[in-house]
Design a protein. Structure first.
Length: 124
């Protein structure tokens, strides 16, 4: 497991996060970490797989919030309320003052894929 930790740290994962990932793997749990310094994904994946560690690359697509909202045919206020967002955040995204990142960007990708399912999940 030391080699896995070494590869994670080289990939830009903090030592603390790498240790937690190793601890999770050691007890048979799945773990997910962002590895920002991986430039050669295929090579990294082969190394990790040789150590019996599965690797998946999660692609983040940029979502045009204004186009998404227009496609749904709802106002900024309705969009924000429907998906549990602050209307100011939606306005800032649409006007380019801020960019969706982290969980917000993930939520937008999910909304783009299946807006009604996301409402259903949020309501349950």
């Amino acid at each position: 497991m030391f080699e896995v930790a070494r590869l994670l740290v080289q990939a830009g994962v903090s030592v603390r996060t790498a240790k937690k990932a190793i601890d999770d793997l050691a007890i048979g749990n799945s773990t997910f970490v962002a590895a920002p310094n991986v430039t050669q994904y295929t090579k990294f994946k082969k190394k990790m797989m040789s150590l019996n560690v599965a690797v998946a690359k999660i692609q983040r697509r940029k979502i045009d919030v204004k186009k998404l909202r227009a496609r749904l045919g709802i106002s900024q206020e309705a969009f924000a309320g429907r998906y549990g967002l602050d209307v100011r955040t939606v306005r800032n995204w649409e006007q380019g003052r801020t960019t969706p990142e982290g969980p917000g960007a993930t939520l937008l990708q999910l909304i783009d894929r299946d807006p009604d399912k996301i409402v259903e999940l949020l309501a349950s």
